[in-house]
Design a protein. Structure first.
Length: 75
């Protein structure tokens, strides 16, 4: 959540709300959405499943020059 909070300049609560919204929209657990975010901005390996890159996280992906597999990136 710190990644979202820092990028958006928002509170931890607002960042958590965004994480929950992404998870619900893509029908995945909050943990899976968080793993996608971590692999998107971090140096860790991607999770076993698809990496979720919703439009609101696209600028984070571009900033890191990551070529991630996406689910619903246009949704």
């Amino acid at each position: 959540m710190a990644v979202i909070s820092a990028a958006r300049g928002c509170s931890q609560d607002a960042a958590f709300d965004e994480l929950i919204d992404v998870a619900m929209h893509h029908h995945v657990s909050v943990g899976s959405a968080a793993e996608s975010l971590i692999s998107l901005v971090g140096e860790s390996d991607p999770p076993d499943g698809p990496v979720i890159v919703p439009p609101q996280w696209a600028e984070l992906r571009k900033a890191r020059h990551i070529d991630a597999r996406t689910v619903g990136a246009d949704a």
